[in-house]
Ligand binder design. Sequence first.
Ligand code: PLP
Length: 394
Amino acid sequence: MNDRLSMRGAEIAPFYLAGIGQRAMQRAHAGRLVIPMHIGEPTAGIAPAARAAAHANLDRHSSGYWESERLRERIARHYGETYGVDVAPRRILLTSGASAGLVAVFAALFAPGDRVGLARPGYAPYRNALHALGRVPVDIDCGAEASFRLAPAMLDALAEPLHGLIVASPANPTGAMLSREQLQALADRCRAGGTRVLSDEIYHGIEYGSAPVTALALDDDAVVLNSFSKLFRMPGWRLGWLVAPESCVERLSAYLINFFLTPASVSQHAALAAFDDMDELRASVEQYARSRARLLAELPRLGLGGIAPPDGAFYIYADVGHLTDDSLAFCHRLLDETGVAVAPGIDFDPVDGKRFVRFSFAISGAELEQALALLEPWLARQPVIAGAASSRSR
Ligand code: PLP
């Protein structure tokens, strides 16, 4: 082997649920049952108006590099309609999913060695992408004792100040949401400490009580990330957006074009039409609400207690510490023995995640009932670890 050809980039941790996904796919290809509760992916598929717009675009053979001015205007209008916030279309930057937006923001707005805070548990690629880019992810313990929510006192307790803070409300994997007052207090603390707020609002529109607040209403310097993957049910279409402060627009646009050129044009046509499908998309959220209620009633009966009811998103983060101290092995076994795919907590929390799993309930009501019927006897067969704190007693 030629040592000079070694891989010189940073190591990156796996996104473990991708391994669960591959195993689930092999199982499905072999004709065996899979209930996909691992990945955060609505199974209902793209809404009808969006699908029709995509077809029409294909028939017109327009397949060049392209950014839709109309889509940027429509997204800007969405901020007025949904939050009563005025956003100029030039502040909207289209991205190839929120994932591309995250990478561009990390690279464009922070220098190597800069410290960016994130809640633990939280979305794995925040930590992994920051690390790969030479920025320093700073985990902030936001476990059950903190109701899974970031708070200003947690920033006060850090040894060194942060250059950036990722705030996700509703959050992945817990669905925990910050009130306006809580988000305002965090934004104020960040402003005072010279910390840029990165607000991941990808689960906005999927909530089960009060609506979330956009950071744009509270902080002129916040960068907002969003996407058509969740509410709009278009994860495979790889389209999202950033809302950037005026001062960052040019820099972020330059990063995005150099890294990614433009997002897929057919997806932009479909996304514009998706705004005409809001009733259909809201019906999916009503289905998620029913599934959430079913899981909150049934999982404790199956022995998984102590669950914090999610305020939004479509996840339940459940403590399985009485059954395992290896959530990845637990997920593989559950999939192999039942066909129910769930995500291991180690994706979201490298410290305590070995005793948690995440259930995605963006599936149909029928799939959910099938999953519950399979989980009940399987969970009943699992031996309880002697001496392990039961989730019921936590
Ligand atoms: N942010 C959060 C919190 C997520 O859960 C996800 C995907 O699950 C993303 C960002 C990336 O989404 P996408 O790239 O599909 O827009």
